[in-house]
Write a protein that binds this ligand. Structure first.
Ligand SMILES: Cc1cc2nc3c(=O)[nH]c(=O)nc-3n(C[C@H](O)[C@H](O)[C@H](O)COP(=O)(O)OP(=O)(O)OC[C@H]3O[C@@H](n4cnc5c(N)ncnc54)[C@H](O)[C@@H]3O)c2cc1C
Length: 381
């Protein structure tokens, strides 16, 4: 029997999209290449815009239970001097909510039925037919579907096939992420980023007495030296940064640290291709500087659901979805890139000028710029 809608990828995007469609009465099937939902041990920032979308999708209570929320984000110098505090960007939802990635995936996956997800199914190819699309999987399975949603992440093979000229852009820096368990009381639990000549270091509190941290350093892509760094080299690099940065690195086990080079996707002009739509990182991979990649994937699900309210036919709803999403995700991709360029300045002289400028600029100016990113309401289209 032919599927009506098939989703490739069981990440944040595939799962949120499946929930949105299920809420609208569609039976979808998700095909995930991995054997289960396991994901790296990291945290995720969910902005007020994502919380708003999750609330509309009926998932707010679980997020509240597992997340840690705050309205303030402090940017510090390497010596610990407060440069600015970006405060409350939303009236209706906490501006920043931090959650363990595995908790978020679990919350989302519990909202779909077991018979909607197929593991160990890696899509290898697809082909248009007169009335749909044939999907071919690496294990030899073949499935016919009327519509296809590509939620297969930043390296999406579906996107590469449809848009072979669109390339990923290396942002110029690599990122380590770690989780510090059993955080002692004397360590202040606040959302902060520290900008200095030896790199950028962020701290996000998680529920259950854990802190999620990330460190970013400029380097060429696939740098063999930096990709072999353990917490020992990271500690040496950030040794003179203010407390509690050295302690956090020192006390985090290497098995709790992951490292990735940072890329984004040159913005696409189209997310809908007849019976196929791209969502999440497959459509708009964003640098993590504003913590918006997963948030935009969740927004996609929300706006697809909205599009289904105004358009009866799926292909018209897909077109509407594209109209609502192209400009917003393009703008956030560019803003995030620019933010990263400023935050990653590591020449000492330029660093002190940047930090000085940041400290004398009223926080209201930063807040004004960020309010639109962290707000869903104004972007409904
Ligand atoms: C260092 C870093 C920090 C970040 N921090 C944040 C943050 O704080 N807040 C935030 O909002 N975003 C953040 N992001 C971005 C966020 O992680 C992504 O935007 C988000 O995970 C995208 O979800 P997705 O479902 O589109 O893609 P993915 O999470 O990549 O999921 C894609 C899924 O598709 C599956 N798949 C791939 N190919 C196939 C195939 N051929 N067949 C079947 N299945 C397939 C994969 O196994 C995977 O499960 C960060 C990113 C990085 C790199």
């Amino acid at each position: 029997m032919k599927n009506l809608i098939s989703i490739i990828g069981g990440g944040i995007s595939g799962l949120s999209t499946a929930i949105a469609l299920k809420n609208k009465g569609f039976h979808v099937k998700i095909y995930e290449k991995n054997a289960d939902f396991s994901s790296p041990e990291t945290g995720v920032l969910l902005g007020a815009n994502a919380l708003h979308a999750l609330n509309e999708l009926g998932i707010m209570a679980d997020i509240k239970k597992h997340g840690f929320s705050t309205d303030s984000w402090t940017i510090l110098s390497d010596t610990g001097k407060e440069l600015t505090e970006i405060y409350q960007l939303s009236k209706d939802y906490p501006t920043y909510t931090f959650i363990h990635r595995q908790d978020l995936i679990q919350i989302l996956s519990q909202k779909i039925q077991h018979d909607m997800i197929y593991f160990n199914e890696k899509l290898s190819d697809f082909m248009y037919t007169p009335d749909g699309i044939d999907l071919y999987f690496e294990n030899g399975k073949q499935v016919a579907t009327e519509y296809l949603i590509a939620s297969d992440g930043i390296n999406s093979n579906i996107r590469k096939q449809i848009q072979p000229m669109k390339k990923l852009r290396y942002a110029g820096y690599t990122c380590w992420r770690g989780i510090f368990h059993n955080c002692p009381d004397y360590i202040k639990r606040r959302f902060s980023e520290t900008w200095g000549p030896k790199g950028r270091f962020g701290i996000m509190p998680l529920s259950g007495n854990r802190l999620y941290w990330y460190a970013l350093k400029n380097c060429p892509p696939h740098d063999p030296e930096l990709s072999s760094w353990t917490t020992k080299e990271l500690l040496y690099n950030f040794l003179y940064y203010h407390d509690p940065i050295p302690q956090l690195i020192d006390k985090t086990l290497d098995c709790h640290v992951v490292q990735h080079d940072i890329y984004d996707l040159d913005p696409l002009h189209q997310f809908t291709y007849d019976r196929i739509i791209l969502t999440g990182d497959a459509a708009h991979a964003i640098t993590p500087n504003l913590g918006q990649g997963a948030c935009q994937a969740i927004e996609d699900a929300y706006f697809l659901s909205k599009s289904l309210e105004s358009e009866n036919e799926l292909h018209l709803a897909f077109k509407k979805f594209e109209e609502l999403r192209i400009e917003r995700t393009r703008k956030i991709t560019q803003d995030s890139r620019i933010f990263g360029k400023v935050a990653q300045i590591d020449i000492p002289f330029l660093c002190s000028i940047r930090n000085k400028m940041l400290s004398i600029t009223p926080a209201a100016i930063h807040e004004h710029k960020l309010r639109n990113v962290f707000s869903l309401e104004e972007n409904r289209g």
